[in-house]
Design a protein around this ligand. Structure first.
Ligand code: ZN
Length: 260
């Protein structure tokens, strides 16, 4: 009798563990991130993760490249590098990133926004779509934009300067009545030091030829999709640059300067 009960227990445990595994693999509501925004601010511009590896964790996202060589935007499984000339180039799988955030984009909510005169108004509207400010969101905004202003960053040489120094000379780009897509995330306030609290967007034109890190926008009649994301998975670099960086300083002011 005891033996039968033991067999039952073993079989039940096995079933539970198989179910658990498949549940984990099937869970695509996970934000994947490599390194931290704090490390990027400190000038840790080299990572070990290739875009081939990054793509296993998502088909949608934003980030940068080794040496801080431009802004990255990914959507529908295609990744682009927006260099300091403002132009978008396809990303080779062998390229590496020191900081990137991706997920598999599967929208939970969609809405149409008839008007936002600036980025602040857009963010206020987005706030009304969110059931809570305590989880992560991937956001995709598609349409024809009246006005878009972006920036990119030029590739850096060692010894790397901190990000706040680099953006002092950031090239900016303006677009008028342009078709395109805004891709980005909203992170909870408590991610400070790890990612950007609040919204962080990149933009790419409909013809996939230009874009950058979004600084300002004016829009009418755009379609918004939001993917609720309650999983978070971070991989830290093993590099000496990361190991030696001082990541204890608070950097809210620097972050504001580099993001806006
Ligand atoms: Zn950015």
């Amino acid at each position: 009798m005891m033996r039968i009960i033991r067999y039952f227990l073993v079989a039940a445990l096995l079933l539970i563990s198989i179910a658990g595994c498949s549940h984990f693999q099937g869970n695509r509501d996970v934000l994947f991130q490599t390194s931290t925004i704090g490390a990027l601010l400190e000038g840790v511009y080299d990572g070990e993760i290739t875009y081939a590896q990054l793509k296993r964790h998502g088909d949608f996202g934003i980030g940068t490249f080794n040496g801080l060589d431009g802004e990255m935007i990914g959507l529908e499984g295609r990744f682009y590098q927006i260099k300091a000339d403002g132009k978008a180039y396809p990303v080779d799988d062998s390229m590496k990133t020191p900081f990137a955030v991706v997920n598999f984009f599967e929208p939970d909510k969609s809405a149409v926004l008839d008007k936002a005169e600036d980025l602040e108004q857009l963010e206020q509207f987005l706030d009304t779509l969110l059931p809570t400010k305590n989880i992560f969101y991937a956001i995709r905004i598609e349409g024809t934009f009246k006005y878009i202003k972006t920036r990119s960053v030029p590739g850096q040489n060692k010894p790397y300067p901190p990000l706040v120094e680099v953006v002092k000379n950031q090239p900016t780009f303006e677009f008028h009545n342009v078709k395109g897509t805004i891709v980005g995330f909203r992170c909870p306030g408590y991610v400070e030091g790890i990612n950007v609290p609040g919204y962080h967007f990149h933009f790419i034109t409909g013809d996939r030829k230009a874009g950058g890190h979004l600084l300002e926008c004016h829009l009418e009649d755009v379609r918004i999709e939001v993917d609720y994301t309650s999983g978070f998975y971070m991989v830290l670099p093993k590099s000496e640059g990361f190991r030696k960086a001082d990541l204890t300083r608070k950097k809210q002011k620097e972050l504001k300067k580099v993001e806006r």
